[in-house]
Design a protein around this ligand. Sequence first.
Ligand code: F0G
Length: 457
Amino acid sequence: MRALTEPFKIKMVEPLRVTTEEYREEALRKAGYNPFLLRSDDVFIDLLTDSGTGAMSDRQWGGIMMGDESYAGARSWEHLQRVAQDLTGMQYVLPTHQGRAAERILYSIIGGPGKVFISNTHFDTTRANIEYTGAQAFDIVCPEAADVESYSPFKGNIDLNKLVQLIEQHGAKSIAAVIMTVTNNSSGGQPVCMENMKAVRAICDQYGIMMVIDGCRIAENSYFVHHREEGYQSKSYLDIAREMLNLGDAFIMSAKKDGLVNMGGLLTVKDEALSVKCTNLLIISEGFTTYGGLSGRDMEALAIGLTEVFDQDYLHYRIRSTTYLGEKLRDKGVPVVWPIGGHAVYIDAAKLYAHVPVDEYPGQALVIDLYLKGGIRCVEVGSVMFGKYDEQGKLIPAANELVRMAIPRRVYTQSHIDYVIDVFDDILEIKNRNKGFRITYEPPFLRHFTAHFEPIN
Ligand code: F0G
């Protein structure tokens, strides 16, 4: 096979600063060993997130200059509305400043005490927005996902048997919605197949339950459906996305991912009465209906990004480059979630740092070593992020102890990725020196963003 090449040329560059290991050791200490509290100037390769970190194209930057900043009825709004309606098949489109604003609007309307949400896996802000209303959120990813390292084409799917069980157990009336996250971010960036989505639609119809698609990585998901699901090889990525989104009653999108923009979000719904309730909240908290939380230029860039993201060459490069990193790490003996997902490589830190007990956070240990050795920033997706405490204050660990290396879109080149792969030689050599971490400060919600840690010696 030929070397993977980026299907773009670079027209503008942003310098990266090279630092020493001693410097990074001090930076970590100052940041309370939390990568979210590091200065980005002190990071060499930033794989913290693929959210809002992508590079826009020349066409998008051109669109920025053409943005219509009118308060009401702006051209850029009409452009975005057209693109969003065409993609989702949903008539009512609400622009928000990012994904969680769309979540807050929708879930505060349909949630509340006594309500239950069921998902393949709720993303952390999704769960937080739901629980904040007093509702409960249940994750029921398919059983194949439990076997982290074995191949299965659609490990992001929901468990259909458990879905029916949960509905029967709680009663259809108390189920606020079934939320399908595509790709399934917190479960390894794994895709969801059309068959699973259609089955969820049928169950929701049977019980009269709303189906929401959290589709911030819908284009990446479409790539996997095209290449792995029978009957989709002759359909375009855009048509596959259309078919999938059309199955939902509502669509939530953090446009910072497959919208190919640095800020933005969307909420689209089919039902008029629901759209009116959402619109009222939008106006109170985000902005008027034709801009929401966005400026005209943001909407213009998003309308263009939502079209570009379905480009065949772009999507092939995108998925192949993430897979390249994952395959090379696996070849070195690093345990990774398999197959490799769309936007990130997930490393099984419980296995790689097996000498660190779960309540001393093996994922955090790997995150810290990667920064120390290579200036690489990534994020723990394990018991720091999802752990809870029982009544005695003992940690209830997360299902897995993963570390996510998310790849910003169109930002790093093949040689940056090769550098990351090289740094793992050091990690394999030094990992046993790291004894894990204890938390010295944590807030009540979403603790991973602001917690402080200290190393255990
Ligand atoms: N849903 C999913 C599946 C997400 O991955 C995210 C964000 C959101 C909702 C919330 O969107 O950030 O625009 O408010 N994920 C980012 C990440 C933060 O790093 O995975 P937002």
